[in-house]
Structures are given as structure tokens and as C-alpha cells.
Ligand binder design. Structure first.
Ligand code: FA5
Length: 352
């Protein structure tokens, strides 16, 4: 019996030499250590041996079992190491190769300027007020003192959304952010009609005009409106606010000037210019040699508009302004054509 155990061990170890993968190793385990293996038969036959034979055979059978299990563990380790080596060699990695660049998203230059404007006006105590892009003629024009047929309407060519059956009050795409002035004033008045609170808001958003598209004019563009209404507000407050804004936006040394102008909804009205920050007022191609850059329009809120907003013009005055953020971005970065803003060309967008 002891001889038989030696043979079992020898045959099993010999078979193990030719095991080349994990599946074959499992088959080997079943054949040589499994329940119906020759070795296990010896274990089951122990009970039938004589008392003298049993300890020696039992001991030897255990030795064989331990030897086979140890050989199995060792073989399994070698096979696993070999398979790991194979897979590592298959996926060889050249650590000297430069990495792949991960394209980073960034804010559109329009969004960057708008966020800066919100920050600056926020620090100056203005709230952000949002209004509609689709308006009625009444809000876009009539309540702002452009009566039906008024020639000043020609300053802003309009896109009509719905005209049929609406008489003098067609639905239009807003041509400027100024109709938001009426919405804002009415909103604040609604809180306390007897004693409406002061208004100090900026009103950002997209406007639409049926324009000839040029390097400085788009049919869709941004504006930011400002409105302050309260007792005793003067043109001096308007000048101070815009001059302070220009210094915060373009630098502490920036000079500003106001030129008389006309808007139906402000009286008096002005164009607001900042000293060209590219040539420090000396004159360059961007400011067309004048040393000044036009940033937007402004003025004191017309009494008719105050009244339409629900504020008594005997008790309240106000100022308003409307600036072109894209023009500011263009000036700052010397962008020559406004059409780049909406072309989604990464070669342009990646520069900001
Ligand atoms: C207005 O739209 C007035 N509502 C501004 C205003 C508000 C005056 C409050 C007084 C009180 P204007 O049409 O000039 O004004 O437009 C103001 C700014 O919007 C311009 O200076 C310019 O920066 C920008 N803008 C106007 N039209 C276009 C356009 N087609 N493309 C790009 N920007 C434009």
C-alpha cells in the first residue's frame, strides 16, 4: 500500500509538469486530489486495513496529500505570475510619451464680460433684474414715449412676431432692454403703490434689430440697461455712476465724457464715451483717431416714462443708461468683427 502511495505521488507530480494553464491545473486537481482520485480511495479504504497497517498507511497518505497540495499551490502561483507577465507585455506602456491634452471648457467672452458687469454694478449697489425678450409694441415703444408712427422708431428696425389682428400693439422682439424699465418700475410700485421704494437695477439681455450686419452690428446683440429711480436723483448722480463704472471696468485713470443726444424716453439724453484705453486718448485705429470710445446711451428718465412706470414725476426723478457689452469686449480685446461672437469657432473662443 505504501508503494502504491509512492506511485500515486510520482504519477501526479509527473502529470503536473505538463500543466500549462489554469484550466488544466483545475482538471489536474480534480483527477489527483478530487473525491474520486486514487489518493482519496486510499483514504476511504483505511477502515478496511488491519490495526497494524492503518497508522503507517494513514500517515503516508497524509504526507502524499500535503505534498500534492503544496505542488498545486506552487504551480498555481507560477501560472498566475506567467499570465500577469504576458498581459503586462501585451499592454506595454511608454512612460516617456507626452500625455494627451484634455480640452478645457471656458466661458464665452460675452459671459465673461457680463459676469464682470454684474460684479461691478453689484458692488455699486445695483440689483439684477431680468425681463422678457418678446415684448408688445406698447412696452417696447409706446410706454417709453415713442407714440405710434413716431420717427424715432426708425432708429431701431423691428422684428415682428405677431402683427395680424393686433392693431397698434403687435408682438415684437425687444429692440433694446429699455422696456424692462417699465416692468421694473411697475414691479417695485406693486410692492407699495402709495410709497414706492427707490429702484436701483441693472437689466441684462439679448436684443434684436433688423439691421444690416456689419463688423460692428449684429441682428442679435447684448445690452445692459441701468435704472435708478428715487427722490432727488440728478444728472450728477448719473455722471458719477457711469464715471465710477468706467474706472472700475477699464482702470482707475479712465476719463469719461457725455455728449448731448436724443432718446424719446430720457430728457436730457446723452451718449456716454470713455477715453480710449488702447491709446490713452492719443488716437488710434480703434477709436478712429478721436481718442474716445462710445459705450452707450443715457439720460434722465422722461417724466412720461416715470408716470407709465407708476412713479409720480413730481416726487421722483431717475436716470437710465443702456450699454453694449459686446462693444466693450471688442474694444478690450481688439476684436475687429462682432460676427465672431456667434460663430462658435474654437480658434476664436479658445483665445479668452
Ligand atoms: C438704445 O438702445 C437705448 N435704449 C439706450 C438707452 C437706455 C439710452 C437708457 C438712454 C437710456 P442705442 O440704440 O444707441 O440705444 O444702443 C445702445 C448700445 O447698444 C450701443 O451703444 C451699442 O453698444 C449696442 N448696440 C446697438 N445696436 C447694436 C447692434 N446692432 N449690434 C451690436 N450692438 C448694438
Amino acid at each position: 500500500m505504501l508503494e502504491k502511495l509512492n506511485q500515486i505521488q510520482g504519477a501526479a507530480l509527473e502529470a503536473l509538469d505538463s500543466v500549462a494553464d489554469e484550466a488544466a491545473l483545475e482538471a489536474w486537481r480534480v483527477t489527483h486530489l478530487g473525491r474520486s482520485s486514487a489518493l482519496m480511495e486510499v483514504f476511504s479504504g483505511l477502515g478496511g486495513l488491519s490495526r497494524e497497517q492503518r497508522p503507517a498507511v494513514g500517515q503516508k497518505a497524509n504526507q502524499v496529500k500535503n505534498a500534492l497540495e503544496a505542488a498545486l499551490a506552487e504551480r498555481s502561483g507560477t501560472l498566475r505570475a506567467a499570465s500577469l507577465k504576458r498581459s503586462l507585455e501585451g499592454e506595454r506602456l511608454d512612460v516617456t510619451l507626452p500625455g494627451r491634452r484634455i480640452p478645457m471648457g471656458r466661458l464665452h467672452p460675452d459671459s465673461q464680460t457680463m459676469r464682470e458687469l454684474y460684479r461691478i454694478f453689484g458692488e455699486m449697489g445695483f440689483q439684477i433684474f431680468r425681463s422678457h425678450e418678446v415684448e408688445s409694441d406698447e412696452y417696447n415703444y409706446q410706454l417709453l414715449n415713442f407714440p405710434v408712427g413716431h420717427p424715432a422708431r426708425d432708429m431701431q428696425d423691428t422684428y415682428f412676431v405677431e402683427a395680424e389682428g393686433r392693431g397698434d400693439n403687435p408682438i415684437v422682439l425687444r429692440t433694446h432692454t429699455s422696456p424692462g424699465q417699465i416692468h421694473a418700475m411697475r414691479h417695485f410700485v406693486a410692492g407699495n403703490p402709495e410709497n414706492p421704494p427707490p429702484v436701483r437695477i441693472v437689466l441684462p439681455g439679448v436684443c434684436y434689430r433688423y439691421e444690416q450686419i456689419t463688423n460692428r452690428h449684429e441682428t442679435q446683440f447684448e445690452q445692459i440697461e441701468g435704472l435708478a429711480v428715487g427722490p432727488g436723483i440728478t444728472f450728477g448722480d448719473l455722471k458719477g455712476t457711469l464715471a465710477d463704472f468706467a474706472r472700475r471696468m477699464f482702470g482707475q485713470e479712465t476719463r469719461t465724457r457725455f455728449r448731448a443726444s436724443y432718446f424719446p424716453f430720457t430728457e436730457p439724453s446723452a451718449e456716454f464715451d470713455v477715453e480710449c484705453f488702447l491709446c490713452a486718448g492719443k488716437g488710434c485705429t480703434v477709436c478712429k483717431g478721436s481718442g474716445w470710445l462710445e459705450i452707450g446711451g443715457c439720460g434722465m428718465v422722461h417724466p412720461v416714462v416715470l408716470q407709465n412706470g407708476g412713479y409720480d414725476p413730481q416726487r421722483y426723478t431717475g436716470f437710465a443708461f443702456g450699454l453694449g457689452p459686446q462693444r466693450m469686449t471688442m474694444l478690450r480685446h481688439r476684436i475687429e468683427d462682432i460676427r465672431y461672437f456667434y460663430q462658435n469657432d474654437l480658434r476664436f473662443l479658445e483665445q479668452f
